[in-house]
Write a protein that binds this ligand. Structure first.
Ligand code: TXA
Ligand code: MG
Length: 353
Protein backbone atom coordinates (compact mmCIF):
# COMPACT_ATOMS: atom_id res chain seq x y z
CA UNK A 1 0.00 0.00 0.00
CA UNK A 2 1.26 3.47 -0.84
CA UNK A 3 1.25 5.91 2.10
CA UNK A 4 0.42 9.50 1.16
CA UNK A 5 1.50 12.40 3.39
CA UNK A 6 -0.56 15.60 3.02
CA UNK A 7 0.14 18.88 4.83
CA UNK A 8 -2.84 20.51 6.53
CA UNK A 9 -3.04 24.11 7.70
CA UNK A 10 -5.71 23.93 10.39
CA UNK A 11 -7.81 26.39 8.35
CA UNK A 12 -11.22 24.86 7.70
CA UNK A 13 -11.54 26.36 4.20
CA UNK A 14 -8.07 25.43 2.99
CA UNK A 15 -8.26 21.88 4.33
CA UNK A 16 -11.71 21.00 2.97
CA UNK A 17 -10.47 18.57 0.28
CA UNK A 18 -8.08 16.77 2.63
CA UNK A 19 -10.80 16.34 5.23
CA UNK A 20 -13.21 15.01 2.63
CA UNK A 21 -10.68 12.43 1.48
CA UNK A 22 -9.72 11.46 5.05
CA UNK A 23 -13.37 11.23 6.12
CA UNK A 24 -14.18 8.95 3.19
CA UNK A 25 -11.28 6.65 4.05
CA UNK A 26 -12.52 6.32 7.65
CA UNK A 27 -16.10 5.62 6.54
CA UNK A 28 -14.84 2.85 4.26
CA UNK A 29 -13.07 1.24 7.23
CA UNK A 30 -9.54 2.52 6.47
CA UNK A 31 -7.03 4.19 8.81
CA UNK A 32 -5.63 7.74 8.73
CA UNK A 33 -2.86 9.17 10.94
CA UNK A 34 -3.66 12.62 12.36
CA UNK A 35 -1.98 15.27 14.52
CA UNK A 36 -3.44 16.12 17.93
CA UNK A 37 -2.06 18.55 20.53
CA UNK A 38 -0.48 15.66 22.49
CA UNK A 39 0.97 13.16 19.97
CA UNK A 40 -0.02 11.87 16.50
CA UNK A 41 -2.91 9.39 16.51
CA UNK A 42 -3.71 6.42 14.27
CA UNK A 43 -7.39 6.94 13.56
CA UNK A 44 -10.17 4.54 12.63
CA UNK A 45 -13.96 4.47 13.00
CA UNK A 46 -14.59 3.84 16.73
CA UNK A 47 -17.99 2.33 16.06
CA UNK A 48 -16.75 -0.14 13.45
CA UNK A 49 -15.24 -3.30 15.00
CA UNK A 50 -13.22 -4.00 11.84
CA UNK A 51 -11.41 -0.66 12.12
CA UNK A 52 -10.24 -1.60 15.62
CA UNK A 53 -8.68 -4.82 14.34
CA UNK A 54 -6.95 -2.89 11.54
CA UNK A 55 -5.49 -0.51 14.14
CA UNK A 56 -4.15 -3.39 16.24
CA UNK A 57 -2.60 -4.97 13.14
CA UNK A 58 -0.94 -1.75 11.89
CA UNK A 59 0.58 -1.01 15.31
CA UNK A 60 1.45 -4.62 16.08
CA UNK A 61 -0.44 -4.04 19.31
CA UNK A 62 -2.14 -6.68 21.49
CA UNK A 63 -5.90 -6.49 21.02
CA UNK A 64 -6.63 -6.48 24.78
CA UNK A 65 -5.27 -2.93 24.91
CA UNK A 66 -8.28 -0.59 24.64
CA UNK A 67 -8.43 2.47 22.36
CA UNK A 68 -9.41 6.04 23.21
CA UNK A 69 -12.54 7.36 21.45
CA UNK A 70 -12.06 10.93 20.20
CA UNK A 71 -15.03 13.26 19.78
CA UNK A 72 -15.32 16.87 18.62
CA UNK A 73 -18.54 17.96 20.34
CA UNK A 74 -19.76 17.41 23.86
CA UNK A 75 -23.15 16.15 22.69
CA UNK A 76 -21.42 13.17 21.05
CA UNK A 77 -20.59 11.85 24.52
CA UNK A 78 -24.12 10.74 25.36
CA UNK A 79 -24.21 8.05 22.68
CA UNK A 80 -21.13 6.28 24.05
CA UNK A 81 -21.09 6.98 27.83
CA UNK A 82 -23.81 5.31 29.88
CA UNK A 83 -23.65 7.91 32.66
CA UNK A 84 -21.67 11.11 33.14
CA UNK A 85 -21.00 11.54 36.87
CA UNK A 86 -21.17 15.05 38.32
CA UNK A 87 -17.41 15.26 38.90
CA UNK A 88 -16.73 14.15 35.33
CA UNK A 89 -18.98 16.98 34.20
CA UNK A 90 -16.79 19.42 36.17
CA UNK A 91 -13.63 18.09 34.48
CA UNK A 92 -15.28 18.29 31.05
CA UNK A 93 -16.28 21.91 31.56
CA UNK A 94 -12.82 22.77 32.82
CA UNK A 95 -10.51 20.80 30.50
CA UNK A 96 -12.33 19.88 27.26
CA UNK A 97 -11.35 20.37 24.54
CA UNK A 98 -7.84 19.48 25.68
CA UNK A 99 -5.36 16.80 26.75
CA UNK A 100 -7.61 14.95 29.23
CA UNK A 101 -9.06 11.48 28.64
CA UNK A 102 -11.96 10.41 30.87
CA UNK A 103 -13.13 6.83 31.42
CA UNK A 104 -16.87 6.17 31.60
CA UNK A 105 -19.10 3.10 31.70
CA UNK A 106 -19.86 2.42 28.03
CA UNK A 107 -23.11 1.99 26.11
CA UNK A 108 -23.70 -0.87 23.64
CA UNK A 109 -22.96 1.57 20.78
CA UNK A 110 -19.23 1.08 21.42
CA UNK A 111 -18.01 -2.29 20.14
CA UNK A 112 -15.96 -4.48 22.51
CA UNK A 113 -13.21 -4.54 19.88
CA UNK A 114 -12.66 -0.81 20.50
CA UNK A 115 -12.51 -1.19 24.30
CA UNK A 116 -10.41 -4.35 24.34
CA UNK A 117 -13.31 -6.25 25.87
CA UNK A 118 -13.88 -3.79 28.75
CA UNK A 119 -17.28 -2.41 29.85
CA UNK A 120 -15.79 1.07 30.04
CA UNK A 121 -14.78 3.52 27.34
CA UNK A 122 -12.02 6.14 27.33
CA UNK A 123 -13.11 9.44 25.75
CA UNK A 124 -11.16 12.53 24.80
CA UNK A 125 -12.00 15.76 22.95
CA UNK A 126 -8.81 17.14 21.35
CA UNK A 127 -8.31 20.90 21.01
CA UNK A 128 -6.17 20.67 17.84
CA UNK A 129 -8.12 22.21 14.91
CA UNK A 130 -6.99 19.64 12.35
CA UNK A 131 -8.03 16.80 14.66
CA UNK A 132 -11.43 18.38 15.31
CA UNK A 133 -12.21 19.02 11.62
CA UNK A 134 -11.14 15.49 10.83
CA UNK A 135 -13.33 13.93 13.54
CA UNK A 136 -16.37 15.84 12.29
CA UNK A 137 -15.79 14.89 8.66
CA UNK A 138 -15.24 11.24 9.63
CA UNK A 139 -18.57 10.78 11.43
CA UNK A 140 -17.84 12.03 14.95
CA UNK A 141 -16.37 8.94 16.70
CA UNK A 142 -12.70 8.22 16.11
CA UNK A 143 -10.67 5.49 17.83
CA UNK A 144 -7.07 6.63 17.96
CA UNK A 145 -4.13 5.20 19.81
CA UNK A 146 -0.77 6.91 19.48
CA UNK A 147 0.47 6.37 15.89
CA UNK A 148 3.76 4.62 16.79
CA UNK A 149 4.47 0.93 16.28
CA UNK A 150 3.77 -0.88 19.54
CA UNK A 151 6.69 -0.52 21.99
CA UNK A 152 8.29 2.48 20.22
CA UNK A 153 8.21 6.11 21.43
CA UNK A 154 5.01 7.94 20.42
CA UNK A 155 5.15 10.15 17.32
CA UNK A 156 5.44 13.91 17.67
CA UNK A 157 5.94 14.65 13.94
CA UNK A 158 4.47 13.28 10.70
CA UNK A 159 7.99 12.02 9.81
CA UNK A 160 7.92 9.74 12.88
CA UNK A 161 4.56 8.39 11.77
CA UNK A 162 5.93 7.74 8.28
CA UNK A 163 8.87 5.78 9.76
CA UNK A 164 6.48 3.48 11.62
CA UNK A 165 3.42 3.30 9.33
CA UNK A 166 4.88 3.46 5.81
CA UNK A 167 3.13 0.89 3.60
CA UNK A 168 0.58 0.06 6.31
CA UNK A 169 -1.92 2.94 6.03
CA UNK A 170 -3.12 5.02 3.04
CA UNK A 171 -2.86 8.56 4.50
CA UNK A 172 -0.95 10.64 7.03
CA UNK A 173 -2.15 14.21 7.68
CA UNK A 174 0.88 16.36 8.49
CA UNK A 175 0.13 19.14 10.97
CA UNK A 176 3.75 19.85 11.93
CA UNK A 177 5.35 19.17 15.29
CA UNK A 178 2.84 18.71 18.13
CA UNK A 179 2.61 21.24 20.96
CA UNK A 180 2.62 19.08 24.11
CA UNK A 181 4.58 15.97 23.13
CA UNK A 182 3.30 13.53 25.79
CA UNK A 183 -0.01 11.67 25.64
CA UNK A 184 -3.14 12.90 27.43
CA UNK A 185 -3.77 12.53 31.15
CA UNK A 186 -6.18 9.62 31.79
CA UNK A 187 -8.60 9.72 34.72
CA UNK A 188 -11.03 6.90 35.47
CA UNK A 189 -14.43 8.30 36.52
CA UNK A 190 -16.28 4.97 36.21
CA UNK A 191 -15.82 3.91 39.86
CA UNK A 192 -16.53 5.31 43.34
CA UNK A 193 -13.37 7.41 43.61
CA UNK A 194 -11.72 9.10 40.59
CA UNK A 195 -8.37 7.50 39.76
CA UNK A 196 -5.43 8.81 37.73
CA UNK A 197 -4.30 6.08 35.32
CA UNK A 198 -1.75 7.99 33.24
CA UNK A 199 -0.14 11.36 34.11
CA UNK A 200 -0.01 14.08 31.44
CA UNK A 201 0.05 17.85 31.07
CA UNK A 202 -3.07 18.18 33.23
CA UNK A 203 -1.44 17.13 36.47
CA UNK A 204 -2.80 15.57 39.66
CA UNK A 205 -2.87 18.95 41.45
CA UNK A 206 -5.06 20.47 38.74
CA UNK A 207 -7.50 17.53 38.96
CA UNK A 208 -7.66 17.60 42.78
CA UNK A 209 -8.22 21.34 42.80
CA UNK A 210 -11.37 20.86 40.71
CA UNK A 211 -12.89 17.62 42.08
CA UNK A 212 -11.19 16.86 45.42
CA UNK A 213 -10.01 13.31 46.08
CA UNK A 214 -8.27 11.59 43.16
CA UNK A 215 -6.39 8.31 43.70
CA UNK A 216 -3.21 7.48 41.82
CA UNK A 217 -3.01 4.06 40.18
CA UNK A 218 -0.16 2.13 41.84
CA UNK A 219 1.44 1.43 38.45
CA UNK A 220 2.34 5.13 38.08
CA UNK A 221 4.61 5.68 41.07
CA UNK A 222 7.60 3.55 41.86
CA UNK A 223 8.58 0.29 40.26
CA UNK A 224 5.61 -1.77 39.27
CA UNK A 225 5.25 -5.23 40.79
CA UNK A 226 5.39 -7.93 38.06
CA UNK A 227 1.97 -9.18 39.20
CA UNK A 228 0.26 -5.81 39.65
CA UNK A 229 -2.38 -5.20 36.99
CA UNK A 230 -2.53 -1.52 36.05
CA UNK A 231 -6.07 -0.33 35.30
CA UNK A 232 -4.96 1.13 31.95
CA UNK A 233 -3.96 -2.11 30.24
CA UNK A 234 -1.56 -0.27 27.91
CA UNK A 235 0.62 0.75 30.84
CA UNK A 236 1.74 -2.84 31.51
CA UNK A 237 3.61 -3.24 28.23
CA UNK A 238 7.23 -2.40 27.52
CA UNK A 239 6.99 1.04 26.02
CA UNK A 240 8.78 3.96 24.42
CA UNK A 241 12.04 2.02 24.32
CA UNK A 242 15.07 2.77 22.18
CA UNK A 243 17.12 -0.23 20.97
CA UNK A 244 20.16 0.80 23.04
CA UNK A 245 20.28 0.13 26.77
CA UNK A 246 18.89 3.17 28.62
CA UNK A 247 19.67 4.09 32.25
CA UNK A 248 18.32 7.00 34.29
CA UNK A 249 20.91 8.53 36.62
CA UNK A 250 19.56 10.48 39.58
CA UNK A 251 20.98 12.44 42.49
CA UNK A 252 22.79 15.74 43.00
CA UNK A 253 23.83 17.55 39.83
CA UNK A 254 27.64 17.18 40.14
CA UNK A 255 27.44 13.52 41.15
CA UNK A 256 25.16 12.70 38.22
CA UNK A 257 27.52 14.38 35.76
CA UNK A 258 30.60 12.59 37.05
CA UNK A 259 28.84 9.21 37.29
CA UNK A 260 27.63 9.45 33.68
CA UNK A 261 31.02 10.62 32.39
CA UNK A 262 32.86 7.82 34.16
CA UNK A 263 30.42 5.16 32.89
CA UNK A 264 30.74 6.55 29.36
CA UNK A 265 34.55 6.39 29.59
CA UNK A 266 34.36 2.73 30.70
CA UNK A 267 31.95 1.88 27.90
CA UNK A 268 34.17 3.56 25.30
CA UNK A 269 36.95 1.12 26.25
CA UNK A 270 34.58 -1.70 25.30
CA UNK A 271 33.90 0.08 22.00
CA UNK A 272 30.28 0.76 22.84
CA UNK A 273 28.64 3.82 21.29
CA UNK A 274 27.58 6.03 24.20
CA UNK A 275 24.89 8.70 24.41
CA UNK A 276 23.64 11.18 27.01
CA UNK A 277 20.19 12.77 27.18
CA UNK A 278 20.76 15.94 29.18
CA UNK A 279 19.12 19.25 29.90
CA UNK A 280 20.25 22.32 27.97
CA UNK A 281 21.90 23.68 31.12
CA UNK A 282 24.27 20.67 31.42
CA UNK A 283 25.10 19.50 27.88
CA UNK A 284 28.55 21.13 27.80
CA UNK A 285 29.57 19.00 30.77
CA UNK A 286 29.26 15.56 29.20
CA UNK A 287 31.81 13.51 27.27
CA UNK A 288 30.13 10.84 25.12
CA UNK A 289 29.77 9.91 21.44
CA UNK A 290 26.37 11.59 21.34
CA UNK A 291 25.15 14.30 23.71
CA UNK A 292 21.64 15.50 23.00
CA UNK A 293 19.66 18.23 24.74
CA UNK A 294 16.13 17.26 25.79
CA UNK A 295 15.17 20.82 26.73
CA UNK A 296 15.54 23.34 29.51
CA UNK A 297 14.78 22.77 33.19
CA UNK A 298 13.62 26.39 33.22
CA UNK A 299 10.87 25.39 30.81
CA UNK A 300 9.58 21.88 31.66
CA UNK A 301 7.23 21.96 28.65
CA UNK A 302 10.26 21.89 26.35
CA UNK A 303 11.43 18.59 27.90
CA UNK A 304 7.97 17.05 27.43
CA UNK A 305 7.84 18.25 23.82
CA UNK A 306 11.25 16.82 22.87
CA UNK A 307 11.45 13.61 24.91
CA UNK A 308 10.03 11.16 22.36
CA UNK A 309 11.94 12.58 19.41
CA UNK A 310 15.22 12.45 21.37
CA UNK A 311 14.50 8.79 22.23
CA UNK A 312 13.97 8.13 18.50
CA UNK A 313 17.24 9.94 17.69
CA UNK A 314 19.07 7.48 19.94
CA UNK A 315 18.16 4.72 17.48
CA UNK A 316 19.04 6.81 14.43
CA UNK A 317 22.44 7.53 15.99
CA UNK A 318 22.89 3.84 16.80
CA UNK A 319 23.58 4.39 20.49
CA UNK A 320 24.40 1.17 22.39
CA UNK A 321 24.40 2.63 25.88
CA UNK A 322 22.33 5.68 26.86
CA UNK A 323 22.28 7.70 30.07
CA UNK A 324 19.55 10.17 30.89
CA UNK A 325 19.33 12.71 33.67
CA UNK A 326 16.22 12.61 35.86
CA UNK A 327 13.62 15.30 35.04
CA UNK A 328 11.73 15.65 38.28
CA UNK A 329 10.56 19.13 37.23
CA UNK A 330 7.46 20.91 38.60
CA UNK A 331 4.14 20.32 36.82
CA UNK A 332 4.97 17.91 34.02
CA UNK A 333 7.71 16.02 35.93
CA UNK A 334 5.41 13.14 36.87
CA UNK A 335 4.35 12.65 33.24
CA UNK A 336 7.91 12.97 31.89
CA UNK A 337 9.35 10.51 34.42
CA UNK A 338 6.46 8.07 33.90
CA UNK A 339 7.44 7.77 30.20
CA UNK A 340 11.21 7.85 30.79
CA UNK A 341 11.13 5.15 33.49
CA UNK A 342 9.22 2.85 31.13
CA UNK A 343 11.60 3.62 28.26
CA UNK A 344 14.46 2.61 30.59
CA UNK A 345 12.69 -0.57 31.66
CA UNK A 346 12.92 0.77 35.27
CA UNK A 347 16.76 0.83 35.22
CA UNK A 348 17.69 3.68 37.59
CA UNK A 349 21.11 4.46 39.05
CA UNK A 350 20.85 6.45 42.29
CA UNK A 351 24.12 8.29 42.98
CA UNK A 352 22.96 9.15 46.50
CA UNK A 353 23.09 5.47 47.46
O1 TXA B 1 -2.96 11.84 23.91
C1 TXA B 1 -3.49 10.74 23.70
O2 TXA B 1 -4.26 10.22 24.52
C2 TXA B 1 -3.15 10.03 22.38
C3 TXA B 1 -3.72 10.87 21.24
C4 TXA B 1 -3.59 10.21 19.90
O3 TXA B 1 -5.04 11.23 21.51
N1 TXA B 1 -3.68 8.69 22.38
C5 TXA B 1 -3.11 7.69 23.12
O4 TXA B 1 -3.68 6.44 22.94
O5 TXA B 1 -2.18 7.86 23.87
P1 TXA B 1 -2.97 5.08 23.37
O6 TXA B 1 -3.85 4.03 22.81
O7 TXA B 1 -1.57 5.07 22.95
O8 TXA B 1 -3.07 5.05 24.92
C6 TXA B 1 -4.33 4.85 25.51
C7 TXA B 1 -4.18 4.32 26.92
C8 TXA B 1 -3.70 2.88 26.96
O9 TXA B 1 -2.76 2.75 28.00
C9 TXA B 1 -4.98 2.11 27.27
O10 TXA B 1 -4.72 0.92 27.95
C10 TXA B 1 -5.77 3.10 28.11
O11 TXA B 1 -5.48 4.34 27.50
N2 TXA B 1 -7.22 2.91 28.03
C11 TXA B 1 -8.03 3.04 26.97
N3 TXA B 1 -9.30 2.71 27.26
C12 TXA B 1 -9.30 2.36 28.57
C13 TXA B 1 -10.32 1.91 29.46
N4 TXA B 1 -11.57 1.75 29.09
N5 TXA B 1 -9.94 1.64 30.74
C14 TXA B 1 -8.65 1.81 31.14
N6 TXA B 1 -7.67 2.22 30.33
C15 TXA B 1 -7.97 2.49 29.06
MG1 MG C 1 0.47 4.69 23.01
Amino acid sequence: METKVIKASGDENLDRDIMMEAGNLIRSGELVAIPTETVYGLAGDALNPLSASKIYAAKGRPSDNPLIVHIAEKKALFKIAETVPEKAEILINEFWPGPLTIIFRKTPAVPKETTGGLDTVAVRMPVNDIAREFILSAGGYIAAPSANSSGKPSCTTAEHVYEDMKGKIPLIIDGGKVGIGLESTIVDMSGEIPCLLRPGMIDIGMLREKIGEVEIDPSIEGVMDENARPKAPGMKYKHYSPRGELYIVKGKRERVISEINSRCADAAKKELRTAVMACEENIERYRADIVESVGSREEPGSIARNLFSVLRDMDKNKADLIFSEEYDVPGMGMAIMNRLVRAAGHKIIDTDK
